[in-house]
Write a protein that binds this ligand. Sequence first.
Ligand code: ADP
Length: 239
Amino acid sequence: MTASPALTILGPGLLRGNEKDLSGARVVVLLGPPGAGKSVQARRLSNDYSIPVISTGDLLRDHVTRDTKLGRLADPYMKTGRLVPDSLMNPILEERLSQPDCRRGFVLDGYPRTLAQAESLDGLLKKKGLTPHVILLDVPTERLLKLLAGRRVCPRCQRVYNIHYQPPKKEGVCDADGTPLVQRPDDREEVIGRRLETYQKETQPAIDYYSRQERLLHVNGDQTPEKVAAEIASKLLPP
Ligand code: ADP
C-alpha cells in the first residue's frame, strides 16, 4: 500500500507494543450524535488508510438480518432507540476485531457509546499496544433532527443518502447499484428523540472521559462531508 503523507504521520505513535502483526496499525474512533455523518466519514477513512470500518450498528443489524440468537435479543433495543446491553454488544465486537483484516487497524463507528465501553475498549487496545485517535463530530441538535428523518440507506451496499442534503441521482434508488433505498426503522421520527436522549445520557460520559484525558479531536460536523473529511485529515496530523 502506498501511504499518503497524512497516513505516514498518523502511523507512528499508535503502536506501543511489540506485536509484529500490528506493526503500523491505526485505530480511529469516530464519536458523534446519531445522524452526524459518522458512517460517511468512516468509509472515507477506511479508503484512505486501507483499514476496515467496524460499525457496531451494522454488526448488530447483520445479526438481526441473519436472525441469530444475539440478533433476536438485540432487536427490541435497536427498534426503540435504546442501547444494546454490553453483554450482547462486547462479544460481537471482540469477535469482529479478532478477524485478520483488523490487524492493520480499523475505524470504529458507533463504539464506544458508554463510559463502560470506552474503558473496555481502552483495556482491549492496551493489550495490543494501541492508542486510538478519537474524533468527535459536533453537530447542533436542530440539524440532527433533519439529518436523521431525511436519511435513506441502500440495503445492499449500505451507502447512506439524505433526501434534503445528499439525494441520490435518481430519486429513491442507490447511485451505486440501483437498489431501492430504505429508511431504517429507528430513523422514524418517534424513535429519533429517544436516540438523541440516549446519546446525551449514555454517550456524553464517554466523551467527557476522553475529553478529561485530552484525547478528543473536535471536528465541526455541520458542513459538507468533503469539508468534514478535510478537517479530520488536518486533525490527524500532529500539532
Ligand atoms: P446511529 O449512530 O445512527 O444511532 P447505529 O447504526 O450506530 O446508528 O446504531 C443503531 C442502533 O444499534 C443503536 O440505536 C443501538 O440500539 C445499537 N447500537 C449500535 N452501537 C451500539 C453500541 N456500541 N452499544 C450499544 N448499542 C449499540
